[in-house]
Design a protein around this ligand. Structure first.
Ligand code: FAD
Length: 483
């Protein structure tokens, strides 16, 4: 994550021991494998503890499980070579993109080999006239947009962190722009994947639609490293809008802000971004990002894309709706600098929230509900949080019905820990009652496995059947998504 401050990483010696499981290679076989990989990849194989610890966790509070070794790979063929050997020895493999995931996806619970794909960072092909491109998995979204900037096209998915494209495919990421441009599910056209036994397959293609067989692209999208290693991605691109404007408006209460969002969506105003910050999150952002001209009140951040005329029309409509719900404080960020400052503050919201209680652990919720149920879900979440006495700022991509509550608690305080867990459980229960989901964009990883069962029940058995067929030795990122 180049553009974000990193969460504190554990010091050497604080990491957890891998879980021993008879399914996997013993210590001697693992050392034999590492010796073979060192022969193949030389200095790109790392066994030093600090490197392993860096790769044994993401940006979450689930602790650190270091892999046995970290290997930096440069091509699909190298990945295939490594996978064949790991398959032979039955050694777990954890693919690593930029390490920004937040649900414990990167914990090497059973040790194994972490493949760092960040050096597979080539943009292979840009087809400006068809608005698509093919990239290696380690290209970050910021690097891709740098490469595209003079061609009038861009890749819109923006999870805030400077994540890798492969990591974003694997978590089915979205973020602030999804309300207009969709999520990774809508923007991935095809993939190159190395299977757990080392075969190289291609899914999808460059045509905008296809009815050819099962949709493997969709199956790998969101598979969180549990089915294979993605090495190349074919992406949809979009024209850079001629006019981009951002605005904010503040409200006296959370209900009015949420009702404004619901009306904006129901009036089909094609906003590009619509983000909600509750009063606590606003307080955190004002302090952390030196935001001036704002009060610590529920606030909406908007961005509009289009022509001069269409953007003006969207803004008029929005202003009318927001005023009807009592908002009087409008701020327009017309210059690129003002707009960037605003979105930088929004992107730093996670770190701003953590700074409310330095040293606290954080449980992140990722609820997503149908837009008509948004008010009920958010107001329920705020009320429940208030009853726990814990500090719980809220921020959300509310145009999609998706919001995050960051539940801050002291890891050493058992009462707080229990309350945090119970709060998270009750919010998921509410989201499911409202026909929503426990995770709109972060994925299940290690942290939300119990919620997947609540959400999909028997469907999880079908998922397990697919996993058993595609990864019979269960070497791909074991212990994630389900047990
Ligand atoms: C401050 C902050 C804000 C965030 N905001 C958002 C947001 O708004 N929206 C959102 O969707 N997410 C958000 N995230 C979460 C995170 O950025 C996403 O989950 C992102 O998609 C992870 O990408 P990565 O490259 O960092 O992947 P990693 O963390 O490295 O890996 C994530 C998962 O994908 C697997 N994986 C990685 N690369 C491959 C590959 N090539 N083949 C197979 N499996 C692979 C890994 O094994 C792991 O299971 C945020 C994170 C932070 C820290």
């Amino acid at each position: 994550m180049s553009s974000q401050p990193s969460a504190p990483k554990p010091l050497s010696g604080q990491s957890q021991q891998p879980l021993k499981h008879a399914l996997y290679a013993n210590e001697e076989q693992r050392q034999q494998l590492i010796a073979e990989l060192t022969e193949l990849f030389g200095e790109r194989v790392h066994t030093a503890l600090p490197v392993r610890e860096q790769h044994g966790q993401g940006e979450d509070s689930y602790g650190c499980y270091p892999p046995d070794a970290v290997v930096y790979l440069h091509s699909t063929e190298e990945v295939a070579e490594l996978m064949q050997r790991c398959h032979h020895y039955r050694v777990p493999v954890i693919p690593f993109g930029a390490g920004s995931s937040v649900e414990g996806q990167l914990l090497a619970l059973h040790g194994g080999i972490c493949i760092d794909l960040s050096e597979m960072d080539q943009v292979l092909q840009v087809n400006a006239e068809d608005m698509d491109c093919r990239v290696q998995t380690g290209v970050t979204r910021e690097a891709l947009n740098q490469e595209l900037r003079y061609q009038g096209i861009f890749f819109p998915i923006d999870p805030g962190a400077n994540a890798s494209i492969g990591g974003m495919v694997s978590t089915r990421a979205s973020g602030t722009n999804a309300v207009r441009y969709g999520t990774m599910r809508d923007n991935v056209m095809g993939l190159t994947v190395v299977t757990p036994d080392g075969r190289i397959i291609k899914t999808g293609g460059r045509s905008r639609k296809s009815s050819a067989g099962y949709d493997l692209t969709r199956l790998y999208t969101g598979s969180e490293g549990t089915l294979g290693v993605i090495t190349e991605v074919q992406l949809k691109l979009h024209p850079i809008p001629t006019v981009i404007k951002a605005a904010t408006c503040q409200f006296e209460d959370l209900a009015s802000a949420v009702d404004t969002v619901i009306s904006v969506m129901q009036c089909a105003i094609p906003v590009a971004r619509i983000e909600l910050l509750n009063h606590l999150q606003m307080q955190a952002c004002i302090n952390y990002s030196d935001l001036t001209g704002f009060d610590a009140k529920p606030t909406l951040f908007f961005e509009f894309h289009g022509t001069e005329a269409s953007v003006a029309e969207q803004i008029d409509l929005l202003q009318e709706i927001a005023e009807s719900f009592g908002s009087s404080q409008f701020n327009w960020a017309e210059s690129t600098e003002d707009r960037n400052a605003l979105w930088k503050a929004r992107h730093q919201a996670y770190f701003a929230a953590l700074s409310l209680l330095p040293g606290a652990s954080a449980l992140t919720t990722d609820l997503c509900v149908p837009i008509s149920a948004l008010a009920e879900a958010i107001l329920f979440a705020e009320k429940e949080a208030l009853m726990t006495g814990l500090t719980c700022p809220i921020v959300g991509h509310v145009g999609d019905g998706n919001f995050h509550m960051l539940i801050l608690f002291d890891e050493q305080n058992q009462e707080q820990k229990t309350k945090a867990k119970q709060l998270s459980q009750s919010l998921v229960k509410k989201a499911l009652e409202l026909e929503g989901t426990c995770t709109g964009e972060h994925g299940i990883g290690f942290g939300k496995k119990e919620y997947l069962l609540q959400e999909h029940g028997e469907g999880v058995e079908v998922m397990k059947g697919l996993k058993a067929m595609m990864d019979p030795h269960c070497i791909m990122n074991p212990g994630k998504v389900f047990d």
